[in-house]
Design a protein around this ligand. Structure first.
Ligand code: ADP
Ligand code: MG
Length: 248
């Protein structure tokens, strides 16, 4: 049975979409059939991060409304084998949509994929709640600063309130000059948010360059964050991979 993993944060701009695209690509490269879903109805930019703009014709509401079966609605990456994408709908999820329909969709996803990563909208609104209908793990993405950490803490509380126990943390955009300070605070951060650390991702200009060249990060240059994303994906898949000491 596949695993459903949400990627959330309190604050916008911490790197959720980047993390979903990179981790999904890494899981696929590692041989796992992986689907990623854009649940960010307003921003909808996961297609860009996956270099799959213009590939997705259908969205998850087509599956929810049972207008199309799951595998017809998902688009396959032309660049990475095993990687699939389901986009957010053009209009907001209608108010009357039954949350049970999301449960059904996630059950189908578990049957067809090894992993499904969900790019949640910022905040803890309706899209965020529907994304957490049926979840095996929730990853909170925060940067090292205290504003982002406080928001991540609120998101973790909201996720816990929805009954999710397996909450993990990714600290993104670590800068070498701040690493010493963050290292001292890291244990505090983990305690505050109450989530075990899953990965540390450095600030990496290759993310910008890869996007600019419309190439998935993992195929662009195997440097810096690409290694850290790969290590993080291996941890998701159950491998014991020690955390790097930020020297890359
Ligand atoms: P969110 O989905 O949480 O709003 P995004 O993934 O869109 O955040 O990231 C916001 C911006 O930060 C994007 O321009 C993205 O390219 C950049 N970014 C994210 N993570 C990193 C990183 N580790 N290093 C450099 N830039 C990053
Ligand atoms: Mg986003």
């Amino acid at each position: 049975m596949g695993k459903i993993i949400t990627v959330a944060s309190g604050k916008g701009g911490t790197g959720k979409t980047t993390v979903v695209a990179a981790l999904s690509s890494c899981l696929a490269v590692l041989g796992h059939k992986t689907l990623c879903i854009d649940f960010d109805e307003q921003l909808k930019n996961l297609d860009l991060a996956l270099c799959m703009t213009d590939f997705a014709v259908m969205d998850f509401m087509d599956v929810i409304k049972e207008q199309n079966d799951l595998m017809t609605a998902c688009s396959e990456s032309p660049m990475i084998q095993n990687l699939f994408f389901l986009s957010a709908p053009a209009i907001s999820i209608p108010e009357e949509t039954d949350p049970a329909a999301f449960k059904d969709m996630f059950a189908k996803i578990r049957k067809n994929f090894d992993y499904c990563l969900i790019d949640c909208p910022a905040g803890i609104g309706r899209g965020f709640q529907l994304a957490h209908t049926s979840v095996d793990m929730s990853i909170i993405v925060t940067t090292g600063d205290s504003l982002s950490i406080r928001d991540a803490n609120r998101a973790a509380d909201a996720i816990r309130d929805m009954g999710v126990e397996n909450i993990r943390l990714i600290v993104n955009r670590l800068k070498p000059k701040n690493i010493k300070k963050i290292r001292i605070n890291l244990d505090d951060v983990i305690d505050t948010i109450g989530a075990q650390l899953l990965g540390l991702i450095p600030e990496d200009n290759n993310i910008f360059l890869a996007l600019h060249e419309n190439t998935p990060l993992i195929l662009y240059k195997k440097r810096l964050s690409a290694y850290d994303f790969l290590d993080t994906a291996r941890r998701i898949a159950g491998d014991e991979v020690p955390l790097q000491q930020y020297k890359r």
